[in-house]
Design a protein around this ligand. Sequence first.
Ligand SMILES: [Zn+2]
Ligand SMILES: [Zn+2]
Length: 193
Amino acid sequence: MIGRLRLFFGGEAKISSPPVVRRRSSKYRDPDLEKRAKEVIHSLAPELSSRLLIGWNPRMRTTAGVAIAARWEIWLNPALREVSQVEIERTLLHELAHLLAQFRCGRRRLQPHGAEWRQACCDLGIANESRTHQLPFPGRKLKRRYRLSCPVCGESHERVRMPKRRVACLACCRRHQGGVYHERFRLVVQKIL
Ligand SMILES: [Zn+2]
Ligand SMILES: [Zn+2]
């Protein structure tokens, strides 16, 4: 079984549907946030500022924001609007620091909250930013109810939600299949009691 792969940090390989969203024209883009982000970044990295795309992702639950360096995008959790303007700004800067750090380092692979990110935080005026947020988002304390384990290598990890799509062991797919999904490595889902 061959499909497109989406790689996740949880150690899974997923089949994903073909890319459909033309993100640049996404209705979830927020021109005001984008303007704010561009202003902030402009003096530090004018070239980055012109590429930024900022918006809201209604599918986010426990994450406050996410930065996608490959496309210079930042997506924020709409629940932030119910928290405060201050938290929106803080999260925006946190994620901008990720993009700025990556922009400065080119294609080099960075530690997500490593020295380069810290430096970017300083430059953005949030020197004491922490790597995680403390917001009372629903789901933040949800118990992980499912254990997914690889029938071949035995690696397992836990999840809050039942995976909606078929997922396979990322490590095994990489090792034996050149990174392509194979049914043989499909993770076994077990409910944790
Ligand atoms: Zn971060
Ligand atoms: Zn495996």
